[in-house]
Ligand binder design. Sequence first.
Ligand code: AMP
Ligand code: MN
Ligand code: ZN
Length: 935
Amino acid sequence: MESKEKIKIVVAIASFAVLSIFFTAQYRKRRYRKCSQSSCYLHTEPKPQYSFKRVLADNSYSAFKHLKLGESNSETSLHSHPYEAEISALLENAEIEFSFGTESMDLKISDSYVWVETELQLKELVDVLSKQRVFAVDTEQHSLRSFLGFTALIQISTQNEDYLVDTIALHDALDVLQPVFANPSICKVFHGADNDVLWLQRDFHIYVVNLFDTAKACEVLSKPQKSLAYLLETYCGVATNKLLQREDWRQRPLSVEMLEYAQTDAHYLLYIANCLIAELRQHDSENSCCPDDKLRFVLEASRRSNTVCLQLYIKEIEISPGESAASSIISRHLNGQGGISSKACDLQFQDLVRRLCTWRDLMARIHDESLRYVLSDQAIIALADKVPTTQKEICTLISQADLNVDSLSSSSILPSPSPVVCSHLEDFNYLFKDKMGKLDDVFLEILQKHLGPDGSCPLSVFNYAILSKTNLKLTNRLVSKQNGIKNSRQVGQKASRELFVKKFSCKSPVYHNCRIFASDGRLLCYCDRRKLEWYVRRGLAKLVDDNPLAIMLLFEPKGRPEDEDNDFYVQSKKNICVGCGEKNHYLRYRIIPSCYRMHFPEHLKSHRSHDIVLLCVDCHEVAHSAAEKYKKKIAAEFGIPLFVQKVVDSREAQIASQLSTSEVNTVEAGVSPLQLRTAAMALLRHGPRMPSNRREELRQTVMKYYGGREITEEDLEKALLVGMSPHERKRLERKKGMSLKHSKGTGFPNKEQESNARSMGTSPIDNVLKVDGEGGLNTTKGEACGKQENGNDLEITMEVLASDSNNLSSDRSEMSEMKDTCVMDTDNCESRSQSEGTLDLFYPKSDGNASPKHNPKLSLLGHGPHGKEVVDHLLKEYGEDGIRQFCQRWRQTFVEAIHPRFLPAGWDVMHSGRRDFGEFSVYNPAKNAFAPANG
Ligand code: AMP
Ligand code: MN
Ligand code: ZN
């Protein structure tokens, strides 16, 4: 028996030994990573924060923008607290009733809590909270796999319930909590709110107004300790394991222990606050010798708490990124951590430490990782000390450095070298080799390599602002420091140009469905590819999608959908895509294309809001292309061509009549006046220098207009006049001294069509004349303007690009062309009137509703007289019922294309125009103060 026992023990020990050897080996294997990956690890590793669509604090080197309230404060709020007045009022006369009525509170924590992960649940929570006089809050953060960190959980406790809010699932929806947190008549209890207050600002623009911080109360009461663990122990007899605060709070589902920890952190706060307030009161009554001193303790605790609320989150931005970390590493090393190293005095060592710190900073921002996750301090020291020459050596040095430190400390086990290092080992060539090169240059080169047009790393909501903003900053620095250095913009432009050639050539043109996104990922507009080209060529944007093409602007456009004064945003903020319910981005979509609607009799337009709906990018695309198809169908059905064609002057009428019009397909033939003008203009001005295939393409466009015959220079000049008002033509005549024999009767079949065509655009020729007036209709001016292109380009805004930019110093001629392009392709996009300037291409105050007579610049349609002819035909043949049926057909087309699931109640295909909208419908024009006034 005894020997049997012994054998059992021996076997047990042996197997334990085997197992531990096995696991140690596994562990080593895991830690000592093979450095063989070549493309960025992020392509295969999803991170929870990559599902966030709106990120307020990105990883760029630009300042954090705080919430701004009201229209009076139009400046971007960098240094002012949006609730400064409310908080100051609380600081001055805090007459808050500090009785939370928790005396009878059940201290026992139940295992029930409410897990909030849907928007509906969140909305219900907001409803509950808005009825409270007080609630308790705590947050859990994640900081290892994130550059700035993010809130992974918010715990909220009322007297009745504990809520755990999944702030990863609800990241983009959390702004609904702003009002209750900012409400001065609801007290929020935190423990040690200093960080939480800033984190809530950083992630959600949530500002706490009226705070009671139990840690501040402890200070005022001179408690021996002010930790939450101490308070829980003392007041509630609850022990808590604070080690859990360092868990990975991103994980889902959360472990039972973590859930319990999270719930506990907020659950007892109301009770503890009540106890502390009672003590503060008691101090006051004991020391109330003079009436002024009444509530001195209570008020002091409140004052200290609300002072915390006045803090503003800031992003720490170094002039030389990574410099402070480098200095601290160097000085720590000089002070002999791990023995005095003669190396530390070495200038090369110091230079390498700086390089590695700069690289680490950049990589952490690009990949949204913490610095320590990318590369540890000790690894930086080892690398700078040994200066490895091979990739294998680099990996070995790093993992050894981390192993040495890890064996001494209990720091968490991180992969070493990190995936960031492993998948970007080539970077070290730049860092170690070119030792004489300027750090800025190395930095920019690496930046381009990773985030440039052909970059190795994925663009994300966290990193796409880095490139442009860094460029701007560093360019300025470089320019002021030294001259003649190749700046990043040039690097970027060259790369962009190459990319452009690669991406755009030999592909069939894709019209209408190119998208432009702002640097925060919001859709700004649809356009054609020439507009994309314009931005990409200048390094102002980067391609983010191939099919359909999409670019992201690398600068901040002046006008944004969310600008406070933008009615589009205010109006649509509450809304969602009627197709799929998407709420993060949407565009207004006109179900009845404006080219028809604008010609409707005024009284039939009054219920416009019914036929303008919000659609997300994807649904918009589907609806738009269905509409384009349907237009062709209508063109065929009515025999009214979509485009103007064969506009000839009287002298050429005979030639024209020889061509049989009936042969011409009503759908495909012809050309829009603006397309025509653009093509003619480009040929006149840049023709000789154009690539021959492009020149031919444009020539074909103009030839289409002349019924397919060969064209002369004179034809081109005449083509410029199409759609021009007599006034405009006169002006052209004056400026050019041109003999415009054809200026009267340019071949429009009748006066009506002429006035229609006149309404087709913003008369780009005006621009050209402003630009070219002195130089004539030739190419010299265009070149001269082109030369002015420089770093300042980044300041070009949407406004400038899209408006009559008389006083603009850069590349005007290109811009007027651009404008044409935009004009042509914004049929279903919105357009604000030119004179207003901002957001010209995108979101209008007025729309196609307005009669062209009232605003001749408004209609930006590419279909010439087609729309008017169709409407006239309908009215003549069927009267107003014809128009109503026509609208129904368009609604039907829309419904069939989209199968919308989120249309407002009351919307229907048969909509007659007499139906009223519900009292609470956002489509109720009476209710909606932001609805355009015309209509
Ligand atoms: P708590 O409210 O005490 O649970 O802390 C909130 C968050 O702060 C945690 O989720 C952690 O992300 C962070 N935190 C607080 N203290 C530490 C610490 N000593 N080490 C790491 N993270 C901490
Ligand atoms: Mn906590
Ligand atoms: Zn990468």
